[in-house]
Write a protein that binds this ligand. Structure first.
Ligand code: 1PR
Length: 569
């Protein structure tokens, strides 16, 4: 079988390659236009921005051969952008034309009733009303979506396009195309290569069908679907691993208390414990832990490089090897953070943040997470506005920052900003610059916080340096610059097991429309239920309780399910 994979040069295509390896299939990458003739089956696992994909296909001379391949009737499987390029155009880059095989434009999700991008695990409803399709798509499973643009499912306005639609998904009150199947074409908007065992089953079902059978699917009946009261998006449970080298030089998963990752050194007899100069806590090996969490049902994994390994050139970054190895074991989304910024190799070679991110995407990461650099970028952006007499809150980027360049190349859904805020307590009659963001400890909440007032200050360098920027200013700023999601940590709660900082999370939920992953402080499964009930965020992350085995991921899922949240079991 001449199975080929098309890589247009952006996004994580390595995950699909790993899925094929796991399923035991050999494949070749499309390297020249001639390979479209040689291919007897083609998968286009596009991730990223529509315009970038079309530009890259055009400049490599692949656009017409791709069109010819699809119209020749040979089996084609498109994923995400690999599906969207079949449509006429996209609101993401209106000046670019798609292949126009499916007569309908791609539009943008409305953010009036939900967070955009649509990130997470959602259900798929088959248009033939079946439980499971021949392609392995099952009504009972959830699949991983990550996109801001979608093909609306509207059989009245776009009857011909509706004939291509195979399955639909509801997000908020919008129903959009989740899968496409007609003749030789099968596509999914979701990522089967990131959808755990349910996704691997789809890839396997498509590949194990004889090629001739894969090329003859009839059109789907046009049926009208109305939105239900509630969509099928699940709340995500995320496991985070902070990775650094310990004093012996081994790469370990560690975990701090309020960001201090060293064991407390024993105090001298009679002395008060003040130093924290013990060993770096070692909670396991990153790849082994990642595999364990995948098997346990984590919806997503984060690997945080908390030391940046400044002395390694980019290509030898130890974290790249960790990501590569983890991506071979784990078929759910992988976020990598730490050191995503412009860097200089020890030999003086400059590496842009875009290059650094690209190296991680090629290794198998799906998203990169930016922390310190995001704070500096927003500070600079506000300073520039101030310098020209403009309102700092109205400041905009100049297109050159890491957030903007990575979002432009890989799509905003690939850019996460990780925030490390700390509470700053002030007098109740505080009248300073953060007055409008003050939080007041309420009588019905934590006892020791009653009657106090505070704001949240941004920090950089793993909490070691406080900056003159509030968490609201940062969150709004990075949303404007193109970040697709926030990981909202709390230095005060990190490692305490006291529960998430609901005040902080509510404050940010009110101020941005992008999805939020609540982080820091989880001590029990009930804390996940609490944070979802009280803040409405899309995902919640924990580290310590999972590493120490105090709470298992299935316990969290069960608690969420009992509390009537959609959950991927
Ligand atoms: O600044 O872009 O290089 O990114 C550095 C990244 O590393 C940031 O995302 C920062 O949060 C993280 N980081 C740096 N130093 C530490 C440290 O602990 N010394 N880890 C650190 C922060 C916080 C969370 C943790 C949650 C949940 N860790 O990642 O997983 O607080 O913990 P819990 O459930 O045990 O409470 P850059």
């Amino acid at each position: 079988m001449g199975l080929y994979l098309l890589d247009y040069g952006a996004g994580n295509v390595q995950s699909l390659a790993n899925s094929l390896g796991k399923l035991g299939y050999d494949f070749q990458w499309v390297a020249s236009a001639d390979d479209f003739h040689k291919a007897t089956s083609l998968i286009f696992p596009g991730v990223g921005a529509f315009g970038q994909a079309i530009d890259a296909l055009e400049s490599s001379g692949f656009l017409q051969p791709l069109r010819d391949y699809i119209t020749s009737g040979k089996p084609y499987f498109g994923i995400c952008i690999g599906m969207q390029v079949l449509y006429q155009s996209s609101a993401e880059n209106p000046s670019k034309r798609g292949l126009g095989i499916i007569p309908c434009p791609i539009g943008e999700f409305s953010s009036t009733d939900k967070s955009v991008p649509h990130i997470g695990w959602n259900a798929v409803e088959l248009l033939d009303s079946g439980e499971k399709s021949d392609e392995g798509v099952s009504k009972a499973s959830h699949y991983y979506f990550v996109h801001s643009y979608r093909a609306v499912y509207d059989p009245v306005a776009y009857p011909e396009a509706a004939e291509w639609t195979h399955g639909v998904t509801q997000y908020g009150q919008e129903i959009f195309v989740a899968s496409v199947r007609k003749a030789n074409v099968f596509c999914t908007q979701f990522h089967p290569e990131k959808s755990g065992e349910a996704g691997l089953e789809i890839i396997s079902a498509w590949l194990s069908e004889p090629e001739a059978a894969r090329a003859i699917a009839p059109p789907t009946p046009r049926v009208v679907r109305s939105p239900r009261l509630k969509d099928g998006l699940t709340k995500r449970v995320v496991a985070c691993m902070d990775v650094r080298s310990n004093d012996q030089g081994d790469l370990v998963v560690t975990k701090g208390d309020q960001y201090d990752v060293r064991e407390k050194a024993p105090a001298a007899p009679g002395a008060v414990q003040t130093t924290t100069s013990g060993e770096v806590r070692n909670l396991g090996k990153p790849v082994a832990l990642a595999a364990r969490y995948y098997t346990a049902g984590a919806d997503e994994l984060c690997l945080m490089n908390i030391t940046s390994f400044r002395h390694s050139p980019l290509r030898d970054q130890p974290m790249l090897a960790v990501v590569r190895a983890a991506a071979e074991e784990v078929f759910v989304p992988l976020t990598i953070g730490g050191g995503i910024k412009d860097t200089v190799d020890p030999d003086g070679t400059k590496r842009s943040a875009l290059e650094v991110a690209g190296a991680y995407f090629r290794a198998g990461a799906d998203k990169v997470s930016i922390a310190s650099d995001a704070v500096h970028i927003v500070e600079r952006m506000r300073q520039k506005a101030r310098g020209t007499g403009l309102d700092e809150d109205a400041a905009v980027g100049d297109g050159t920052s890491s957030i903007e360049t990575i979002a432009q190349a890989y799509g905003r859904q690939a850019v996460v900003v990780s925030i490390d805020p700390r509470r700053v307590y002030v007098d109740l009659d505080y009248d300073g610059p953060y007055k409008s963001e003050l939080v007041f400890g309420r009588s019905d909440e934590e006892e020791q916080e009653r009657g106090k007032a505070w704001w949240y200050q941004c920090t950089v360098s793993g909490g070691r340096e406080a900056r003159p920027l509030s968490v609201v200013q940062l969150a709004r700023g990075v949303e404007k610059l193109g970040a697709g999601e926030l990981v909202l940590n709390s230095i005060d709660r990190d490692g305490t097991g006291k529960g998430f900082d609901v005040d902080l999370i509510r404050l940010i939920r009110k101020n941005v429309r992008i999805p939020i992953i609540a982080s820091s402080g989880a001590g029990s499964a009930a804390h996940f239920v609490e944070v979802f009930e009280r803040t409405g965020v899309e995902a919640a992350l924990a580290a310590g309780i999972f590493h120490r085995g105090e709470v298992q991921i299935p316990d969290v899922k069960e608690a969420l399910s009992k509390a009537s949240f959609n959950t991927r079991i």
